[in-house]
Write a protein that binds this ligand. Structure first.
Ligand code: DQA
Length: 141
């Protein structure tokens, strides 16, 4: 199974960014961890701070993987273009967030991405990505 993880803006700063919310592990280190835990899954990783690049990455991923784990970060709450891209491709997409967005500011409570995804996992720190991988591995979707 091939899964593509797509991370949105500011997630390149994980490890140093607001550690109280996002933890102190960088994503490259986490990728080593998740790859070890799921040796049967091939993970492709893409991160961008630019909305259109995330749209392009979703289009590309649709042609080269079995499923997508998407943390659109702040674009979750604003991007019609990313929501349309998720709706346009014919691969399952799981929305993930590191933090529990429902316990945070009200503008984070709404996701434009959620309604077009197969499911959403949030609030488990970086383990949210592992739970998403587990859902794919166990064919929950
Ligand atoms: C986030 C939550 C978003 O509200 C925020 O803008 C992020 C990260 C998360 O993973 O918890 O950048 O997607």
């Amino acid at each position: 199974m091939v899964l593509t993880i797509i991370n949105g803006p500011n997630l390149n700063l994980l490890g140093t960014r607001e550690k109280d919310i996002y933890g102190s592990m960088g994503f490259e280190e986490f990728l080593e961890d998740i790859r070890k835990e799921y040796p049967e899954i091939q993970f492709i990783y893409f991160q961008s701070n630019i909305e259109g690049e995330i749209v392009n990455a979703l289009h590309k991923a649709a042609g080269e993987c079995d499923g997508i784990i998407l943390n659109a970060a702040a674009y979750t709450h604003t991007s019609v273009a990313i929501a349309d891209a998720v709706a346009a491709i014919n691969k399952p997409v799981l929305e993930v967030h590191i933090s529990n967005v429902l316990t945070r500011e009200e503008f984070r409570h709404n996701s434009l991405i959620g309604p077009v995804c197969s499911g959403t996992i949030f609030g488990f720190g970086l383990n949210s990505y592992k739970l998403a991988a587990e859902a794919f591995a166990r064919k929950f979707l």
